[in-house]
Ligand binder design. Structure first.
Ligand SMILES: [Zn+2]
Ligand SMILES: [Zn+2]
Length: 643
């Protein structure tokens, strides 16, 4: 089965069972179960897990585009990809284990047609010291489900991963593991959870490829073994506990389900092939590359390059679809890395390539657009085609230019038969010549490269320039949602500062926040004077420096109105509303001191917990207004950033 079929089957399956389908947000890092993806970006799910009603209802389902920049270097084996789609369904205080597990099993075995004999489940073993019982309920449900398929599913207590290598599977199908493997909370295992934090056991499903266990991982094989025999394809988190002040665990009044599964992994399981690059979109790109290079994917000398090109072009096309362009910062840098690494490996395959939209990378990108255009409209149509192929070709040309300059330096340096670490470092940092490339060419010519020295220099360089390109590349995407949240809080500070400096006639008339900047439209008749401009900026910075606490409070609409909470322009509110307040400094959750707040707004969040988070990791950031202009009669617009 292919990814498009499985994605639509999943969404339909849960839609039929009363779930609201949530559109994918633009590309986000990892599936972080503390957040829920909505059309307008990531929302923290925590308030909903604790009982706040979600506007879309108590049953939600989505397929979310996700990206893991940390894995760029890992791509090349049979399972790592940088981009992936996360299928998710949620029960917010609605259904629980006895619905979730049978639905999942039905979806996998009936809809996707996976042989139930190939499936294994894990559940939580319990923690006596914390009073958290073994999850026999989930195990019992699994046993019944397998029995219905005529499979006698015995359970086995394992404990830790290392116990697994010692104990083996003993013919069982359902395995009890400890909290490290089968417990989920935002802070990990029960000991690490702060009071007031929800968490719960989870139950994973593994697919058995039936390959031989590799004893280099341990004596015995078991589902959590890393040898490659088992692939985790799905995880149902049962959020049913909350940690108390005294360290004990209490049942939540309403338990939740938070389910996540890798679409690519389920597809691979449906095919029974232990290689994620066998899925349709990769397979088509790989056949295309084979055709134009005359090389074979099965050839171990080239397999890694085939995989890197296929993965990186798929990810790059999807990032380009979000409107990002290659650059030296943040997401643009990740995109540049992906495209340049793909180009480098295309050279390694010595693939015959055309020009412009016919370049080999572009013809691969077109395969991606065709596959994903239906599910993700930003990848369909002529405009997307022009943007994506145009940017890829521009980057290919620039990279070719970089390589040419780098090659000249390389020739100068290799007058001898040795490249020092310092020389390789200069090639990389000054000429943008990839180290992998230096290694490759040096190997071909029988020249030695001092790799250790290069790595030591790189490490020092990264430590020195923590804000430099390489660091941004690492942090880049992972930072995305946090950046937007910080700017949202800055947005509230700015509105309050405008009211204090310009007068109480100022109200919000529009707003837009991305991870790069915030924008606010507000009512005010004339251009800000230089003094007002400076005063607003200074006041926001002062409030950031004061490290003011930020609180969310649920209250009656009348109370919020009487406190003077700022409303969103044109918004309609229910009887109970969420209000975010900032300051004063000595406010606490128990005593938010609403009469002395700096800012108070009707708002659904999310926000930082303290304005100190707007100071950046080294405390050096400043709030800066980039632009102030008129957008309509009596309405001004400000764009601002944190730098
Ligand atoms: Zn194994
Ligand atoms: Zn807000």
């Amino acid at each position: 089965m292919n990814i498009n079929e499985i994605r639509s089957k999943y969404l339909e399956f849960f839609e039929k069972r009363g779930h609201a389908v949530i559109p994918s947000a633009s590309l986000v890092p990892l599936n972080d179960p503390t957040t829920l993806f909505t059309g307008s970006g990531m929302q923290p799910i925590l308030p909903y897990l604790l009982g706040q009603p979600h506007p879309k209802g108590a049953r939600l389902v989505d397929s979310q585009k996700s990206f893991r920049a940390e894995d760029i270097e890992e791509v090349g084996d049979n399972r790592h990809t940088t981009f992936f789609e996360m299928l998710g369904n949620w029960s917010l205080g609605d259904y629980f284990k006895k619905e979730q597990l049978p639905w999942l099993f039905e979806f996998l075995t009936k809809e996707v047609n996976i042989d139930p004999n190939k499936l294994y489940a894990t559940v939580f073993i319990g923690d006596k010291s914390k009073g958290i019982p073994q999850d026999t309920e989930s195990a019992g449900i699994w046993q019944k489900l397998f029995a219905e398929k005529g499979i006698d599913a015995a359970t086995k207590e394992i404990g830790s991963e290392s116990d697994g290598y010692r104990l083996g599977m003993g013919g069982a199908r359902i395995f009890y593991y400890d909290a490290k493997k089968n417990w989920w909370s935002r802070s990990g295992v029960p000991e690490n959870m702060p009071a007031g934090e929800p968490g719960g056991p989870d139950s994973e499903v593994f697919y058995d490829f039936g390959s031989q266990h590799d004893p280099k991982f341990g004596n015995e094989c078991h589902p959590n073994c890393d040898c490659g025999r088992f692939l985790e394809i799905a995880n149902s988190v049962f959020m049913q506990y909350i940690k108390e002040q005294d360290g004990s665990f209490k049942l939540l009044p309403k338990a939740n389900v938070d389910f996540g599964a890798g679409l690519e992994r389920i597809t691979v399981a449906s095919m029974g092939v232990p290689d994620v690059f066998a899925i349709d979109v990769f397979d088509e790109m790989i056949r295309h590359l084979e055709h134009h290079s005359g090389k074979k994917y099965e050839d171990s000398r080239f397999q890694r390059s085939f995989r890197i090109i296929a993965d990186h072009i798929r990810a790059a096309t999807i990032i380009l679809g979000d409107g990002v362009r290659p650059s030296n910062t943040d997401r643009g840098y990740v995109l540049r890395r992906l495209l340049r690494r793909a180009a480098q490996h295309a050279m390694k395959l010595d693939v015959a390539s055309g020009q412009g939209a016919d370049s080999i990378l572009n013809t691969c990108a077109v395969i991606v657009m065709e596959k994903y255009g239906q599910a993700y409209p930003e990848l369909a149509g002529d405009e997307a085609y022009q943007h994506i192929t145009g940017e890829i070709w521009k980057e290919e040309k620039q990279f070719a230019h970089t390589l040419e300059k780098g090659m000249k330096e390389f020739e100068k340096m290799t007058a001898g038969n040795h490249i020092t670490g310092q020389e390789a470092f200069t090639l990389f940092t000054t000429y943008g010549f990839p180290f992998e490339m230096t290694l490759e060419i040096a190997r071909e010519r029988g020249i030695e490269v001092d790799e250790d020295e290069f790595k030591a220099l790189m490490k020092r360089h990264q430590e020195q320039s923590r804000a430099g390109g390489e660091q941004k590349f690492r942090g880049g995407l992972a930072d995305h949602a946090e950046a937007t949240v910080r700017l949202h809080t800055a947005h509230h500070l700015l509105l309050a500062a405008l009211q204090k400096v310009l007068g109480s006639h100022v109200h919000q008339r529009g707003s837009n926040i991305t991870q790069e900047r915030l924008r606010i439209d507000f009512s005010h008749g004339e251009k800000l004077t230089k003094e007002q401009f400076a005063a607003v900026e200074a006041l926001v910075n002062e409030k950031i420096q004061e490290e003011l606490p930020v609180f969310r409070t649920e209250m009656a609409k009348e109370q919020a109105e009487s406190l003077g909470a700022e409303k969103e322009f044109g918004a309609k509110y229910a009887d109970m509303v969420n209000v975010y307040s900032i300051g004063p400094r000595d406010a606490t959750r128990e005593d938010p001191k609403f009469d002395h707040v700096f800012s108070i707004e009707f708002c659904g969040g999310p926000h930082v917990q303290n304005t100190r988070e707007l100071k950046g990791p080294e405390g050096t950031w400043r709030f800066k207004i980039q632009k102030e202009e008129s957008v309509a009669q009596g309405i001004r617009r400000i764009k601002a950033i944190l730098v």
